[in-house]
Design a protein around this ligand. Structure first.
Ligand code: FE2
Length: 432
């Protein structure tokens, strides 16, 4: 007797009609037609069952703070940073915890069960780190939360940037962050990359830097990050977030840079919603898209995973915790419209992000953790197109969220009818 069987599921790798049996929080079997019984059964006929979504780049200390203490009038990255600098000294731990927990509830309903969040360490009081460490502990039964010590105002540029970052790591923050393009000079940016990689090597921690989030093609800190990664033996443990300057770089320079990044096994984290919103702001027309070179980096064998970055905060007034919205934007901005392209985009929201975060036991194989999301879509392509309801979200074999299917009811020509998902369309299928 199994604890749970999900029957007749479609999987992201295109297998159809697969049963998934769960015992003690693990996948005990995954194959067609499992005959054994289970205490609980989910019928997933014509439904996609995926491993949960994974967000490798988020700011949970700022989320849901939209309008506090005022709105971002210009809508720019720099006013967002200034605005967050106004809120940070007056925000309380209780408020931070409350907003983060509300976001985590939203994330679970979206099938998002793994999140890497940056924590601003610029203010030496470190209320942000205290709050998110508490949140990490409280959401542990349903969300795996990793925290990055992020010197938002600059590691060298902020008065206590150096000591605050180390103290946050001492408190238990998991990952070393950075923001080299925001230091006072290119040289201080380069020095910050070296110092932060050294800290990571000494402490045995991963690195995840906001790197070159600018349209300036001469912002080349990713080159230093890749080189320092190799020098300190951190290959595969370092992530470069944003990398938007690569969009504007000279092609010849990029032809040298990408192999260096591959040598360092840099995990690349574009944030499509935020990049398309915030980059290119100094352009008139033509206006740059600003997202990094997703297709070229994937083709070179780099691990590319997409982050949500912001939801209703000083930088972005939109967002819903839905990684399919992130993927949907990525398809458009990267112009990755082919069938195989879209499959790669879905991977970048799931398995690639899991690799970036170093998750163990993630995936749809026997022995993996029984973590799933059942979507109201037949396959990954339909999921990306419709951003459908998450019918069931399962963590370690237990259902942690459910949503009713979206059904459109029609009353046309005196013949009531229903449309599954409100938009379902199968090529070749007849209309009413
Ligand atoms: Fe960010």
């Amino acid at each position: 007797m199994f604890d749970l069987i999900i029957r007749n599921a479609n999987l992201p790798d295109s297998r159809k009609g697969i049963d998934i049996a769960v015992k003690d929080g693990k996948i005990a079997a995954i194959e067609a037609s499992i005959t054994a019984e289970a205490k609980e059964v989910i019928d997933a006929t014509d439904r996609l069952v995926s491993p949960p979504f994974v967000d490798p780049h988020f700011h949970m200390d700022a989320t849901l703070s939209l309008g506090l203490p005022r709105m971002n009038v210009s809508g720019t990255l720099l006013e967002g940073i200034a605005l967050w600098g106004e809120l940070r000294p007056i925000v309380t731990k209780e408020e931070l915890v409350d907003r983060a927990l509300r976001y985590c509830d939203l994330a679970v309903t979206q099938g998002l069960l793994f999140i890497r969040s940056h924590v601003d360490t610029s203010d030496p009081k470190l209320v942000t780190a205290e709050a998110l460490l508490e949140v990490k502990d409280r959401v542990k039964p349903y969300i795996d939360l990793q925290l990055v010590a992020f010197p938002q105002d600059g590691y060298y540029r902020a008065r206590d940037g150096v000591s605050s970052l180390e103290r946050a790591l001492d408190m238990g923050v998991d990952i070393v962050g950075g923001i080299p393009h925001f230091e006072r000079t290119m040289d201080e940016g380069r020095a910050s990359v070296e110092a932060l990689c050294r800290i990571a090597a000494d402490r045995g921690l991963p690195v995840d830097m906001h790197c070159d989030e600018t349209d300036d093609p001469l912002s080349r800190h990713i080159e230093t990050l890749a080189a320092e990664t190799v020098r300190f033996g951190l290959q595969g443990r370092v992530a470069g977030s944003h990398l938007t300057s690569m969009h504007s770089m000279d092609n010849y320079y990029v032809s040298k840079l990408i192999p260096l990044m591959a040598e360092a096994r840099i995990n690349v984290i574009p944030n499509p919603l935020i990049n398309i919103m915030l980059q290119g702001r100094h352009d008139t027309y033509p206006k740059r898209r600003g997202m990094t070179r997703v297709r070229e980096l994937m083709d070179a064998g780099l691990n590319v995973s997409f982050g949500h970055d912001c939801v209703m905060d000083p930088w972005y007034s939109m967002g819903s915790g839905d990684m399919l919205e992130v993927g949907h934007m990525a398809i458009h901005v990267a112009q990755m419209a082919g069938i195989e392209d879209k499959k790669k985009i879905f991977d970048a929201l799931t398995v690639n992000s899991a690799k970036t975060m170093g998750l163990e036991g993630y995936g749809l194989e026997k022995g993996c953790n029984a973590d799933f999301v059942v979507l109201q879509a037949v396959d990954t392509l339909e999921a990306l197109r419709l951003k459908p309801n998450r019918l069931a979200v399962i963590k370690r074999g237990k259902i942690v969220a459910r949503s009713a299917p979206r059904i459109g009811e029609l009353f046309l020509d005196g013949r009531p009818s229903k449309i599954d998902g409100g938009l379902d369309y199968v090529p070749g299928k007849k209309s009413r």
